[in-house]
Design a protein around this ligand. Sequence first.
Ligand code: GLU
Length: 478
Amino acid sequence: MIRVRIAPSPTGKLHIGTARTAVFNWLFARHQGGQFILRVEDTDVERSRPEFTENILEGLQWLGLIWDEGPFYQSQRLELYEKAVKTLLDKGLAYRSYETPEELDVMREAQKAQKEAPRYDNRHRNLTSEQEAAFVAEGRKPVIRFRIENDREISWNDMVRGKVTWKGRDLGGDMVIARAAEGSEVGQPLYNFVVVVDDIDMQISHVIRGEDHIGNTPKQILLYEALGATVPEFGHTPLILNSAGAKLSKRDGVTSIADFRQMGYTAEGLVNYMTLLGWSPPDSTQEIFTLEEAAAHFSFDRVNKAGAKFDWDKLNWLNSQYLHNMPVDKLTDLLIPYWQAAGYEFDAVDRPWLEQTTSLIGASLSRLQEAVEMTRYLFVSEIEFDEEAIIQLKQEGAAAALKSIHETLSSTSLTSESIQEIIKQVVKEQNVKKGLVMKSLRAALTGAMHGPDLVQSWLLLNQKGYDRSRLERAATIA
Ligand code: GLU
């Protein structure tokens, strides 16, 4: 049975890197008919926050990365970890170690002076019971360390990177698996250890996670062996890089799924893009697909070793494809929260007007958020004329043409046809160029020289009753 998991730590909002790892886990599970499990790694009490957990679960759901089991919370599983620490102590594979922070500092300084890599020198590996008793009498609090033999060689066949080999001596000495904690016999179990205990308990068959975890894997393999468990398969997915080729980080601005969502990326577009961050489908001409479609073809053979550069243009293009092909009512539903957040006022009876507005701009959107600026002139009663518009309104003949249009308006009900008629008439009557009339109308009605279709805009403004006052005001600018 294929069982994979995503194991986010709730120390921040759902990060694009974690979400992309979730995508690959999900695709692999679906392709193989396996299970996708969600585990919240909240053992770091100081940095974990319930609102981050909420953000992570909501983000995964929004993206459509629905899990089959969980969420399991590590904070509720402490007994299991304590039992496993005891097992290792009983087997003699772990021991209590009593160095003070000062002693460890002295040790590291000495290593630095010798230009050696920092490592624990295993000095408390073989304490006698008298030595231990003396440390305890001094009031020292122990940590629990797991033995790592220097001459061990650890290798695995990584699903992405092929054969990877580490030497025991490069793992930093006997590792701390639990830290001293009040009220606990074995202390507070630490990350590398609890991950293994959980992955064993949850029968995880394939551990698929970011490349930044690759240095943990040899230690974890030793722990699997020590706990008498089968070692799972490992796959380390390439990092997401910024345009400078460095790991995408908070400094690059947008990194959380909530940020992308707020900017107006659709769940479908974003998840489609993440699928392509490090994986390419067998038919490389196909770029637009749902998660289900990607799952049908997904395999680790086509996951790159090299880091995946984040490409905003590609993301914007993909997202625009989803927006352009979306039915108007659905797109309107997605746009409403953006219009509301911008403070635009409308109510349920405005639905047909909102849908017409959506139709007007839908084909030019690459992000939902862009609709806010694009449609401002339709929602707010007072607009500003920009510089270009003012220049246009000052053209000879502009004011007269607008005045004349304003006068005809009171006796006409507006349709696309009557608009054409009005324009024709003004051109004739005022003896001006059609271009002048059209441009002046655009300037007057929208406050700018570029924007969505003029006739449709006018009809929408007319429904709101905004067009007359704008024409009147614009005519006074000249
Ligand atoms: N909790 C770890 C993280 O958020 C993931 C651990 C793992 O996948 O093994 O980076």
